[in-house]
Design a protein around this ligand. Structure first.
Ligand code: 5GP
Length: 116
C-alpha cells in the first residue's frame, strides 16, 4: 500500500499552507519552490502514488484536476497567455512526491517542452 506524503498534511491543514482551492475531491496550493511566476500543484485528496496507479474508477477525479487547473489559470490571469500542465511519473519523470499532482505553470514563456 502507498505511503502518505507531506501532501496529506497539506490537505488536512496540519501544516500551514495557503490553499487556493479545496473541495471534497481536490486541493490546490502554490509549489514551495516555484519554477515559474505561477506554479500551483493540484492534487486529488485521495492518495494515488503515481500515474501508474490511476484506476478506471479515478477517471472523473483526474478530470477534476484539469477543470480546477483551468479555473486557477483564469484566476491567476494566465488563461489567455497560456500555461503548461505536467504530471511527472517515477524516476525518469522526475517525480519527488508520491501522491500524484498536476503542476500548473505559467506567467512567462516556458520554452521548449523538454530540456536535454
Ligand atoms: P514532482 O517532482 O513530484 O513532480 O513535484 C513535487 C513538487 O512538490 C516539487 O515541485 C516541490 O517543490 C513541491 N513540494 C514538495 N514539498 C512541498 C511542500 O511541503 N509544500 C509545497 N507547497 N510544495 C512542496
Amino acid at each position: 500500500m502507498a505511503e502518505e506524503t507531506i501532501f496529506r498534511k497539506i490537505i488536512n491543514q496540519e501544516i500551514s499552507t495557503e490553499l487556493l482551492y479545496q473541495d471534497q475531491f481536490v486541493t490546490a496550493f502554490r509549489d514551495i519552490s516555484p519554477k515559474a511566476p505561477t506554479h500551483i500543484l493540484i492534487i486529488p485528496n485521495k492518495l494515488i502514488a503515481t500515474a501508474n496507479d490511476i484506476e478506471i474508477e479515478d477517471e472523473a477525479l483526474i478530470g477534476k484536476l484539469y477543470t480546477v487547473a483551468k479555473q486557477l489559470a483564469k484566476q491567476e490571469g494566465i488563461a489567455e497567455s497560456g500555461y503548461r500542465l505536467i504530471m511527472n511519473c517515477n524516476q525518469d519523470g522526475g517525480q519527488e512526491v508520491f501522491h500524484i499532482h498536476l503542476h500548473l505553470l505559467g506567467g512567462k514563456p516556458l520554452g521548449r517542452m523538454i530540456c536535454s
